[in-house]
Write a protein that binds this ligand. Structure first.
Ligand SMILES: *[C@@H]1O[C@H](CO)[C@@H](O)[C@H](O)[C@H]1NC(C)=O
Ligand SMILES: *[C@@H]1O[C@H](CO)[C@@H](O)[C@H](O)[C@H]1NC(C)=O
Length: 222
């Protein structure tokens, strides 16, 4: 990643840090959708509890529909802090990335290890949340779908390198131009200042000699 890209990502990173530091503040961020083959990928699924003060428990179930399939099949379920991978294609390849040490789940994200092109497809996550009021319980369901793409390892194309070089050339070029412009303007202004000084000096001399003539005239009249 280039320095400039990192610089652009800095505010986002700070924002994410702030979000993770502010415990209890739940933000429903959409999942990424582009995985890189042979790398890990986090399937994000967050469902914030609307009534923060009401105690609740939640379970999360994930379903998967491969790109050549027409229906969802169970993929993964997380209940009572126990995970269960229910699709043999993902055996030993799914890890829990959601809320930890609680049954009151708000983050139901999972992590795919070693993504393959066969993992392309649609993922659905369903939160089943039980809100526990003092004399009754209430169940809510939230679901999100993620259409995941898988791309080959990210390689930087020539175009990307070229555009970065162009960017630096442009930035440096602009600064040099600015410096030249400043020097030019400075010299022009100081030259104009000298010119004005010279002009006003000449004018002063002219007036002075004229008044001397006048004085001479006065003297003559006396
Ligand atoms: C998600 O799970 C993977 C695999 O266990 C782990 O490497 C990664 O750090 C986890 N990320 C988060 C945010 O928990
Ligand atoms: C991922 O795949 C690579 C090669 O395909 C293998 O060497 C590595 O052990 C795998 N990692 C996991 C966590 O399965």
């Amino acid at each position: 990643m280039s320095a400039v890209q990192e610089l652009l990502l800095l505010p986002l990173a700070l924002l994410a840090l702030q979000a993770s530091l502010c415990r209890g503040a739940c933000v429903e961020v959409d999942s990424n959708t582009e995985a890189v083959v042979n790398e890990g990928f986090k399937l994000g699924c967050i469902s914030c509890k609307k009534r923060g003060e009401v105690p609740a428990t939640a379970t999360v179930d994930w379903y998967f529909m491969a790109s050549d399939e027409t229906f969802y099949s169970p993929l993964y379920s997380y209940e009572n802090r126990r995970a269960d991978v229910t699709d043999s294609r993902f055996d030993d390849r799914l890890a829990w990335n959601g809320s930890k040490n609680t049954d009151d789940l708000q983050d139901g994200s999972i992590y795919i290890l070693n993504v393959t092109f066969n993992d392309i497809g649609t993922y659905k996550c369903i939160f089943t949340r039980t809100l526990k009021y003092s004399n009754y319980e209430f169940q809510t369901y939230t679901n999100k779908t993620i259409v995941m793409k898988v791309v080959p390892k990210l390689t930087r194309g020539l175009a990307s390198i070229l555009s970065e070089v162009m960017m630096y050339v442009t930035i440096i070029g602009l600064q040099v131009w600015l410096a030249i412009e400043m020097i030019y303007c400075y010299r022009k202004i100081s030259a104009a200042g000298e010119e004005a000084l010279r002009e006003s000096a000449a004018e002063y001399l002219a007036i002075a000699s004229e008044s001397k003539d006048n004085c001479a005239g006065v003297q003559v009249a006396e």
